[in-house]
Design a protein around this ligand. Structure first.
Ligand SMILES: [Zn+2]
Length: 467
């Protein structure tokens, strides 16, 4: 799901930029007060203990975990069916003294693994993903989630061993999060609502990328805010030669699409309303009594998105009314803006370069959370580490092939090293933790101010009753 455009303003529309003006000024002042470049220069400088942790992460990758990444890459499993992958990952974690609890939030391929000799705070969280893409030729790892488990485990185990060996305070928790490419359910949101991530002070995750990059500080998402919505129409079946004896749910769903097209001009142009008909009837001689349409409704911000969703819902209700059918509306999931902080993003970027990452994009990408739902990354600071691991774009067969090649292996190893180094710095420098917290809390508050400003802009016009 991750993608990083080359030029990346935080706000996508003139209206948003206007609403964000004051907020961005304050964010600028916050960033200046943190002096991130000086902080990064100090942390990324020589440190023998950190280098040991990084070397251990690399050793785990070289000796065992790249092979495991290859194995998962060649046995792809789609979201919520990642049984074999989860078995391999949790076996490895158990072998390295992690206790594993499966079925987090009622999702059978979700898990939480805690190091057995955890020693208080800070709690370092690592997200693993492992679902493959759904393809016409079967599942494939064209987004390289196959490597995320091994990469995250290398960093987590290296860091847990360090804390254990030195008896330094700190805990390591690994979160197995299924179905990143699927909605519903939105696995991380479900897990978050089940309090899976409670107590984490920071969360790191890796992701495949065709360039080495980091997000700018702020709030945002890669691919617009999304509401997933399903519309189920019910009618009454009858012979197509006497259709007046039934009610046609196919006519209803066709009207629904036409109704949406009929009001597109009244909706702000940045909206994307994309739907498919997943059920359209079973036989041409029977009036269809059940049809289903599945939509992703997108807008750059979640405030106006609510108005767009209302337009679409009303289009469905009108279609049902016009055809004498009934409609059930299910808003089954959403992906919203997340928060990204420079204190984590810039340090991770410095480490990726230090460890030899290729295809470096010098400019920060668009602000975005470290996970796609925005639910976790709004509450817990974190970073997605993305060293170049392919020359192809995400979700391609070519990126899948790179899983097993030098460019993939190199990128994954650098991801593991950078994540290990960041967890080390976070655990061992109290002032760094304070800086991350200050930036995160500040940006989160400003995000709230931005949303309040947007609510003032997106007025809903007064429509009087007809005289
Ligand atoms: Zn992905």
């Amino acid at each position: 799901m991750l993608s990083v455009p080359a030029v990346a303003p935080a706000q996508d529309t003139p209206t948003e930029r206007e609403a964000a003006r004051e907020v961005l000024k304050k964010m600028d002042a916050l960033e200046k007060s943190l002096d991130v470049p000086a902080l990064v220069a100090r942390l990324a400088g020589p440190n023998a203990a950190r280098d040991q942790v990084v070397a251990r992460a690399k050793q785990l990758m070289d000796t065992e975990l790249l092979a495991l990444a290859d194995d998962i890459a060649t046995h792809p499993e789609i979201g919520f069916e990642e049984k074999r992958s989860v078995q391999k990952l949790t076996d490895y974690l158990r072998k390295h003294d992690f206790s594993v609890e499966l079925g987090t939030g009622g999702l059978s391929t979700a898990f939480i693994a805690k190091f057995r000799r955890n020693n208080g705070s800070p709690t370092l969280g690592v997200i693993l993903e492992y679902d493959a893409l759904r393809g016409t030729k079967g599942p494939f790892h064209g987004d390289q989630h196959s490597a995320q488990g091994p990469v995250g485990m290398a960093a987590a185990i290296a860091m847990a061993e360090y804390l254990d060996r030195t008896r330094a305070p700190g805990s390591v928790v690994v979160y197995g999060t299924p179905g990143e490419e699927m909605m519903p359910p939105n696995a991380k949101t479900v897990m978050h609502e089940a309090h899976a991530f409670d107590g984490a002070d920071v969360i790191v995750r890796s992701h495949a990328s065709s360039q080495t990059s980091r997000p700018a500080h702020g709030f945002g998402t890669c691919c617009l805010n999304i509401v997933g919505a399903k519309y189920t129409f019910s009618g009454a079946p009858t012979h197509q030669m006497t259709p007046w004896n039934g009610r046609n749910a196919l006519e209803a769903v066709i009207h629904f699409f036409e109704n949406i097209d009929g009001v597109r001009a009244s909706i702000r142009p940045e909206a994307r309303i994309q739907g498919i008909i997943t059920e359209g009837g079973s036989a041409p001689n029977v009036v269809p009594d059940r049809t289903v349409a599945d939509f992703y409704i997108r807008y750059p911000d979640e405030v106006y998105l609510q108005q767009v969703v209302e337009f679409v819902d009303n289009a469905a209700k009108a279609a049902a009314l016009a055809t004498g059918t009934k409609v059930k509306i299910d808003h089954y999931g959403k992906d919203l803006d997340g928060v990204s902080v420079a204190t984590l993003g810039e340090l991770g970027f410095a480490y990726m370069k230090q460890f030899g990452a290729t295809g470096v994009n010098p400019e920060p990408g668009k602000p975005q959370g470290f996970e796609e739902t925005g639910s976790v990354s709004r509450d817990i600071p974190g970073i997605g580490i993305t060293a170049q691991s392919s020359t192809w774009s995400n979700h391609t067969y070519e990126m899948d092939a790179d899983n097993l090649k030098e460019i993939g292996h190199k990128g994954f190893t650098i991801d593991a090293e950078a994540m290990a180094a960041m967890l080390f710095d976070f655990a061992t420098h109290e002032d760094y933790r304070a800086a991350v917290k200050k930036e995160f809390d500040g940006i989160k508050a400003l995000f709230g101010e931005y949303q309040t400003a947007l609510k003032k802009v997106y007025i809903v016009p007064n429509v009087p009753d007809p005289q």
